[in-house]
Design a protein around this ligand. Structure first.
Ligand code: NDP
Ligand code: OXD
Length: 309
């Protein structure tokens, strides 16, 4: 019997640590590196990120597609997935650790008023500001899945008043779960977006949503750029409705040099790096799921294509 064969087709990703990790964790797996795929009929599985057009052509024995990232919006938009082949997204401890660190860092940044201190420093003003206890700081997380749920748990464990909004109710210790968006937004001082990008969530952070937050709230968007209507956020920053924003993701990436976010005094821009898929942990996640597939067990984290995540 032939060895299981995986096509590695991840654009812009250094394949070396992945290939080394796969060789260690699954020596019997044959890995083909796109575009040198050999006989397409021999490919059983594909591991992809920003794949080239036509990549799935001729893969007549393809059984599963694994995505290197947690978000599959770009892949679904390309409209090149062969019908009927399940798509598996990345749910991995390394990603959750990275996102947890980044969100915690930015929530603490706003909670401890570093944004205000930076403004005071620009004017050489020595002015200690009021400090709130975490229990008096309301942090809201849109999306309570693998990443949002992890961040919510961490913030709750530090004593923050954490509220979460998701499609279905969640039970996370110390976190108030909301399904009604308006009710959820009412008292949020720091809003974190960790939703998947779907037809239901594109443009969700618009003028109407921002106006429902208390004046002077902060936004942390670590999900996808198109969740935010940029002109509406810029207007809300201008009016003071939003006091500051941390943005990791953008409509166009890299963010064009001319974009007003780059030089906006109330915006922190980082280059889509809040959580990177780490080969060290993600190879083990991939291999565990590959083995489940090969042994005929249930594969975890299959995307509901109709729902978009
Ligand atoms: P999950 O699928 O685990 O969680 C998604 C959450 O969003 C779920 O709680 C889901 O609710 C909720 N949700 C989805 N649609 C709606 C809706 N219409 N209304 C209300 N709630 C909704 O995703 P992850 O936590 O793994 O990842 C979230 C996103 O983070 C990814 O899709 C990706 O875009 C982004 N990401 C960004 C990274 C970065 O570096 N910036 C890195 C990794 C991911 P329910 O549970 O009820 O279904
Ligand atoms: C992801 C990402 O979805 O890197 O994993 O954004």
């Amino acid at each position: 019997m032939k060895n299981p064969t995986l096509l590695f087709a991840c654009t812009g990703v250094d394949s070396a640590p992945w290939l080394a990790g796969l060789a260690d964790e699954f020596p019997d797996l044959e890995v083909r590196l796109w575009p040198d795929l050999g006989d397409p009929a021999e490919i059983d599985y594909a591991f992809v990120w920003k794949p080239a057009a036509g990549i799935f052509e001729g893969l007549i024995n393809l059984k599963l597609i694994f995505c290197l990232g947690a978000g599959v919006d770009a892949l679904l938009k390309l409209d090149l997935l062969p019908p009927g082949i399940p798509l598996v997204r990345m749910v991995d401890p390394g990603l959750a650790i990275g996102m947890n660190e980044f969100v915690l860092m930015q929530v603490l940044h706003y909670h401890r008023r570093m944004h205000d201190y930076a403004a005071l420093q620009r004017e050489a003003r020595w002015e200690p500001l009021d400090q709130k206890l975490p229990e008096d700081r309301v942090v809201g997380i849109m999306g309570l899945g693998n990443l949002g749920g992890t961040c919510a748990k961490t913030l709750a464990s530090l004593g923050f008043d954490v509220r979460g909004w998701s499609r279905t109710p969640k039970q996370i210790e110390g976190v108030k779960s909301y399904e009604d968006l308006d009710l959820f937004l009412r008292d949020i001082e720091i809003l974190v977006c960790l939703l998947p990008l779907t037809p239901d969530t594109v443009g969700i952070v618009d003028a109407a949503l921002l106006a429902k937050l208390p004046k002077g709230a902060y936004l942390i968007n670590v999900a996808r750029g198109p969740h935010v209507v940029d002109d509406d956020l810029l207007a809300a920053l201008g009016s003071g409705q939003i006091a500051g924003a941390t943005l990791d993701v953008f409509h166009q990436e890299p963010l064009p040099a001319s974009h007003p976010y780059w030089r906006h005094g109330s915006v922190i821009v980082v280059p889509h790096c809040s959580a990177l898929t780490q080969p060290k942990t993600a190879v083990r996640t991939l291999v565990a799921n590959l083995r489940r597939a090969i042994e005929g067990q249930t594969v975890e984290n299959i995307v509901d294509i109709a729902r978009g995540y």
